[in-house]
Ligand binder design. Structure first.
Ligand code: NAP
Length: 334
């Protein structure tokens, strides 16, 4: 038996998901695709024997489609996820769940009304072996009581269209989810601190930036986001506990030591660094669906992450700490 998947959006990550679902994930088949770029959708769909539909709704309502992957631009996610809930179809929705908390809450309400979880949000770092080691060290008490963390999110370069707030909503949103998941607590306040800008970043961009995430239990997480670091894609995470420290290792970063030098490889981009992680995420999603369950990062996680990102954008604009206000968590997500 295979889960028949429809994919909406066949750009960067959508194409990667199609390829993995069709050729590497056990128990899935891609049967339908849609993208506003019809030629791209046809090319990607033809490569895996999937039909190209004329609209996103046609994919969602196709009776052959068991489950949907949403990999369209973020501002379309809410509408497309709501259509999936209306059709009773499970969804793996790329981050963000929606670009505003108001839209996230519409999805929360619709899913709660449906009475069951249908949505998993694409916070794939939870499936990364390195992050799982960090999580286990916290949960097992190996480092004592987790007190604080230092995180780094660096990209080699970004296009000119990238803005200072996108550093929060597109990049740091991963650290926001990672923080909530690792510590098992909500983030209650954010502060964004501008530093001396890189002369190699676009003039309109504040880059790098430092973000402080304050946790409900009193812990603090620092995030450096630097999207024009030039040298590669570098994601780091170090959690400091009362009895020790656990640090994330970059897989495949083997060291070459000779001639008095130690040389390590840095991944070129997120595709290289997290390739195996996306595969693990997709496999667990499909295996869960075959077993009749939807697990993984929930609609609540998507909502909370967007709320924190929104507060970080407000802090970036005002220069002051900004509290994160969340509604009461519905029972479906406890
Ligand atoms: P992308 O390359 O721009 O792909 C998005 C695709 O959706 C494009 O082909 C775009 O076509 C198409 N599209 C536009 N309007 C559409 C519509 N109404 N219905 C369906 N498709 C539509 O972007 P991407 O980098 O793949 O990102 C897609 C989503 O994945 C974003 O939410 C992003 O944040 C997320 N993402 C997550 C990760 C992760 O690490 N989890 C990594 C990368 C991306 P046009 O180009 O013609 O507009």
């Amino acid at each position: 038996m295979a889960i028949k998947v429809g994919v909406i959006g066949t750009g960067n990550i959508g194409t990667d998901h199609v390829t993995r679902l069709a050729s590497q994930v056990v128990g899935s088949k891609v049967v339908a695709v849609f993208d506003v770029d019809t030629a791209r959708a046809e090319r990607v769909g033809a490569g895996v024997g999937a039909v190209t539909r004329a609209t996103a709704l046609e994919v969602i309502e196709d009776p052959v489609v068991d489950a949907v992957v949403i990999a369209s631009p973020g501002d379309l996610h809410a509408e497309q996820v709501l259509a999936c809930i209306a059709a009773g179809k499970p969804v793996l929705c790329e981050k963000p769940l929606a670009t505003t908390t108001a839209d996230c809450l519409k999805v929360v309400e619709a899913e709660v009304s449906s009475g069951r979880r249908l949505i998993q949000v694409g916070f794939m770092r939870r499936y990364d072996p390195g992050y799982k080691v960090v999580k286990d060290a916290i949960d097992n008490g190996t480092i004592g009581e987790a007190l604080l963390a230092h995180m780094v999110h660096r990209n080699a370069v970004v296009p000119d269209s990238f803005t200072s707030s996108m550093a929060m909503t597109d990049s740091v949103i991963h650290e926001i989810d990672t923080t909530r998941w690792l510590f098992g607590q909500e983030i209650v306040r954010t502060t964004v601190v501008a530093t001396k800008p890189s002369p190699l970043a676009a003039a309109h961009l504040r880059d790098p930036q430092i973000v402080l995430l304050e946790l409900a239990g009193g812990g603090v997480v620092t995030v450096e986001v630097f999207v024009n670091c030039q040298y590669g894609y570098d994601v780091r995470c170090e959690v400091v506990g009362s009895a020790g420290v656990v640090a994330l290792e970059t897989p495949g970063a083997n060291a070459l030591i000779r001639d008095g030098r130690r040389i390590e490889t840095v991944p070129a981009d997120w595709r290289v660094r997290f390739g195996a992680t996306y595969l693990a995420e997709l496999q667990e999603w499909i295996s869960g669906l075959l077993a009749g369950a939807v697990a993984g990062p929930s609609t609540w996680d998507g909502y909370a992450a967007t709320a924190v990102a929104e507060s970080a954008v407000a802090s970036l604009e005002s220069g002051a700490p900004v509290p994160v206000g969340l509604v009461e968590r519905p029972g479906l997500y406890t």
